[in-house]
Design a protein around this ligand. Sequence first.
Ligand code: 5AD
Ligand code: SF4
Length: 467
Amino acid sequence: MEYLTFTPDGEAARLIASAYPQGAKAYMRSFGCQQNVNDGERIKGVLASMGYMICDSEEEADLIVFNTCAVREHAEQRVLGNIGALKPLKERKRGLMIAICGCMVQQEAVVEKLRKSYPYVDIVFGPNAIDTLPGLIARRLREKKRVLLPPSQRTDIVEALPARRESAFKAFIPIMYGCDNFCSYCIVPYVRGRERSRRPADVLAEFRSLVEQGYRDITLLGQNVNSYGKGLEQPVDFGDLLTMLDAVPGDYRLRFMTSHPKDATPKMIDIIAGSRHISHHLHLPVQSGSDRILREMNRKYTRADYLKLIAYAKEKMPDVSFTSDILVGFPGETEEDFEDTLSLVTEVGYMQLFTFIYSKRSGTRAASLPDPVSYREKTQRIARLKERQEACVKTLLQGLTGTVQRVLVEEKSRFKGRLCGRMDNNCMVEFLPGPNMKNAVGEYQNVRITGFRNSVLLGAAEDLPTK
Ligand code: 5AD
Ligand code: SF4
């Protein structure tokens, strides 16, 4: 494994400065998962290192970057629609550059489509090429030719990419990239490449620096954080990394996503339970409650394995909360298989579910499976699943009513005068602030839970902010 270090590109910065004497502005929009949000923050960091001012609208920008997602077809259609909508702007504005990056352009067919049908797209680069962006922009300016990189399977890791973080108290740290699991429905291993882990010392240094800057909600990111450490010279696993980070002093919360149930271990749960800072929350995507479907999905665990892990976590951490991803309508999913998913949801008791209708991704194994169930039937199943979840979550929310929780305030609620925040175990609460809470965002606050509306907890601040 090779580790490189990002260095700012002086020549590219000079080219930008002379091409845009009034100052160059860049607009960046990310679609999709947290990994992409984090990549987007790095893209903005790299652009700022070249002298771009980051702006909030496409109209103002001299460079527009769309950081795309390929997980579902719908996400791709949305991006193509958004690229299409840029055409008039490109015709109107001299010097405007359009760059498309992210998972979508790691597929040859998409790059070809952009080449042929979207001639006003100037630059295309994949998620493993963010460090090369200054060079790509410089090339576009110098050569007056489009720079469309083909999908790349780079296997190195670039450290020290600058980041323009969206929040002053919430931050992401990628700990690994790629995925080796090849779940049969999923495009990610094809577009993000093989698993590779950052060195523990690099993760620790970034983590320490965030804690010192006052970040309070830090999330470790990876497609499968539980396989952290494979291939590293130093023999470390994810549990060791958690222990190392948790030892850093400070008043922060540590979270991580995503855990793959096949690799999540009782050891990891023990570490969370005994930690000072790790949130008592597990995002454990189950995808389906049917053993037959789990096998077809190549998930490598059974319903019973999953439920055993959940039971262990509940035993060790009575306040633990669970969230999950569920995929409805995998090819050949029968009514009986689907009912297994419904019963699993009832058994676990999730605080929140992210539910998706299966979307066929070409190149994946599932794409060649017969898929006899109609889309209409699948939408009915997903509606039933949501209904079941809403009923189950009520019991959990009821159980929290009357308790006092330490909440990290995140933002103003859309309901006037209220604030939103997160409990230690990741549950969201909407609450009435106390009289002394004008600048409470990013601070901790004790909140008494008074009830709930739909699936959101409601509460009221208890006197003084906590320390
Ligand atoms: N169709 C629908 N949902 C998918 N996911 C992954 N691949 C697909 C697909 N082809 C969902 C899974 C995963 C989440 C990030 O996206 O539930 O956990
Ligand atoms: Fe996709 Fe499975 Fe890897 Fe998650 S673990 S990114 S679902 S292949």
